[in-house]
Write a protein that binds this ligand. Structure first.
Ligand code: KDG
Length: 295
């Protein structure tokens, strides 16, 4: 089995190049984007054996993303093809006010994932299963799949990593708020943005978030270009962000998780995990695509 398992939906990503608002752009690049597969790509590029668990449509988009992930060293043997639903697509819209995303994902192949997708995977030897708060918002079956993945990980002594990743385009804040707090409390390692936590739980500072969630595991609060604060066993550790000129922020959190988790399984200190998270995030921030190959 791989050392890491990343579970979630990946979409075809279309973005304007040169970078113009969608209303004006006429030339585009096609890539792939999915929070968990982005993390998988970064983990694989750091030399970790990493598997991606998902469903794709029986279409060129699904075949393309599967082979692209394979090409970058991600194990896709646990990806299944759904004959009855398409692979999702999303567009990035780089407007002067900031980048927004437009999803075409409702009813997608990955949104039909359920517990059977977890049963196809062997957890023996898996050190970390990485999930995000996007998946439980996709459908009821995806929400039960996430629950089942956490229980399966527990039974195998696999660490559960959870990136809160609240996506307003997927579900509303009232629905997401309790679900994402509950999943955070069941995970061993939780990543959350300070802003995102404020949206979800009305918490202003990283200490507020720690007090609100009261996790038994590790909480990592990311505060943009300021830095990240970890709370583990009552100990608070802050690491400043790496200064970078930001091209496009989407995907930086996924990179941060990979950098962090890579040092975690190596048994490194909290400070070194956070620092490595920032280093990988800085690479993602300086690229328009979700995944910026490391070299
Ligand atoms: O973290 C980056 C993701 O947001 C992006 O790749 C698309 O998975 C995605 C989503 O659901 O927003």
């Amino acid at each position: 089995s791989p050392e890491f398992l990343c579970i979630g939906e990946t979409m075809t990503l279309v973005y304007p190049e040169p970078s113009l608002p969608l209303e004006e752009a006429s030339t585009f690049r096609m890539h792939i984007g999915g929070a968990e597969s982005n993390t998988a790509l970064y983990l694989a590029s750091l030399g970790h054996s990493t598997g991606w668990v998902s469903r794709v449509g029986d279409d060129p988009f699904g075949r393309r993303m599967t082979s692209e992930l394979q090409r970058f060293g991600v194990d896709t043997s646990a990806v299944s093809t759904d004959q009855n639903a398409p692979t999702a697509v999303y567009f990035k819209d780089p407007t002067p006010q900031g980048t927004t995303v437009h999803y075409y994902r409702r009813g997608s192949a990955a949104s039909r994932m359920d517990a059977t997708d977890i049963d196809r995977v062997s957890f023996n030897g898996v050190r970390v299963v990485h999930l995000s708060g996007i998946t439980p918002g996709l459908s009821d079956s995806c929400a039960s799949m996430v629950d089942y993945a956490i229980r399966t990980a527990r039974n195998h002594g696999t660490l559960v990593s959870f990136d809160v990743n609240y996506r307003p385009g997927v579900w509303d804040v009232e629905t997401a708020s309790p679900v994402l707090a509950d999943l955070s409390r069941r995970a061993d390692v939780v990543f959350v943005g300070r802003d995102e936590a404020e949206t979800l739980w009305g918490t202003a500072t990283s200490d507020d978030i720690a007090n609100y969630l009261k996790l038994s595991g590790s909480l990592i609060v990311k505060d943009g270009d300021v830095g990240a604060t970890e709370f583990t066993d009552g100990v608070r550790t802050f690491a400043p962000a790496v200064p970078v000129s930001v091209v496009e922020p989407v995907g930086a959190g996924d990179a941060f998780a990979a950098g962090y988790l890579s040092r975690l399984v190596a048994g490194d200190t909290v400070a070194s995990r956070l620092e490595h998270g920032h280093q990988l995030a800085a690479r993602a921030l300086s690229s328009l695509s979700d995944f910026n190959p490391l070299d």
